[in-house]
Ligand binder design. Structure first.
Ligand SMILES: Nc1ncnc2c1ncn2[C@@H]1O[C@H](COP(=O)(O)OP(=O)(O)OP(=O)(O)O)[C@@H](O)[C@H]1O
Length: 263
């Protein structure tokens, strides 16, 4: 299992994540939920050392993933913008495999099987920009999978997908978890997360405010989210009031627009 332990990454403005703890186990799908600016991306970039941590560690079975090289067994599902424009799927996957230390013959075999299962057989020699949005997502996933990862982290993976492609993508994620891959996924689409996750972690202001197993036959993600965030927001509000500071009154949009028209 991956153990994210007491990770703090703060920017100069003191924003970021603070003493963040999270365990990801093989085969589970964790939904990382939080408002804009809650700290989800900072957490992900801290795991991959893209952001320098102030403190904390990321362990696999007790050892640092950076010292043992286990970080290569954790794949990040990237944004479309990272894909080089003029390289075809096969060449890019093989390059990725080489960089991850996969033997060429193993990579070729895996590439062919992935093309079969992701319905990309006819697109092996196509460039990324010539693919539809749904195929592009599958091509990016193929790049993640070519290094045979044991964990995959996905930040808003279904953004820009239509309903059909979104459902197909979610099914693929489900089957990856069934094969034993541990998955951490962020999405602002609560409905879609609810379909696939078996644990939910809610983040607010850089800290975990809720972490629990999730069973869609019994739980409602929306209800949990509203209950938890309302509670924490209510606590914050009462501390403002207790501190004798005035909480700013929120004006509704319609009255602001009306007022501006009257000027
Ligand atoms: N490069 C940066 N410099 C300064 N502050 C930053 C930087 N990146 C993020 N932050 C701040 O850190 C906090 C966490 O941001 P982060 O991007 O991790 O949130 P998020 O949960 O991923 O949001 P979103 O859902 O909008 O992607 C926010 O307050 C944000 O303004």
């Amino acid at each position: 299992m991956i153990n994210i332990k007491e990770v703090t990454t703060l920017f100069k403005n003191d924003r970021g994540i603070k003493n963040f703890n999270l365990v990801i186990s093989p085969g589970e799908i964790i939904g990382l939920v939080g408002d804009n600016g809650a700290g989800k991306t900072t957490l992900i970039k801290s795991i991959f050392n893209e952001y320098k941590k102030n403190q904390g560690e990321v362990l696999h079975n007790g050892d640092s993933i950076y010292e043992t090289g286990y970080i290569n067994k954790i794949s990040f599902f990237p944004d479309q913008s990272v894909y080089p424009k003029n390289i075809n799927l096969k060449d890019y996957c093989l390059l990725e495999a080489e960089l991850s230390g996969v033997k060429k013959e193993d990579a070729l075999k895996l590439f062919d099987s992935l093309c079969e299962s992701l319905d990309l057989v006819d697109y092996k020699k196509k460039t990324f920009k010539s693919l539809s949005a749904g195929m592009q997502k599958k091509a990016l996933l193929m790049n993640c999978l070519i290094s045979s990862p044991e964990y995959i982290i996905l930040d808003e993976p279904t953004a820009n997908l239509d309903v059909k492609n979104r459902l197909e993508f979610l099914n693929i994620i489900r089957s990856l978890a069934k094969s034993g891959i541990g998955i951490l996924i962020t999405s602002h689409l609560i409905d879609e997360l609810e379909e696939i996750i078996n644990r939910v972690v809610i983040v607010e202001e850089g800290q975990t405010v809720y972490s629990n197993f999730f069973d869609k036959s019994k739980d409602s993600l929306e209800e949990i989210y509203l209950r938890v965030t309302k509670k924490t927001k209510a606590n914050n509000l009462s501390s403002v009031i207790e501190g004798n500071q005035e909480a700013p009154a929120k004006r509704d949009l319609a009255s602001i627009i009306k007022e501006s028209k009257n000027k």
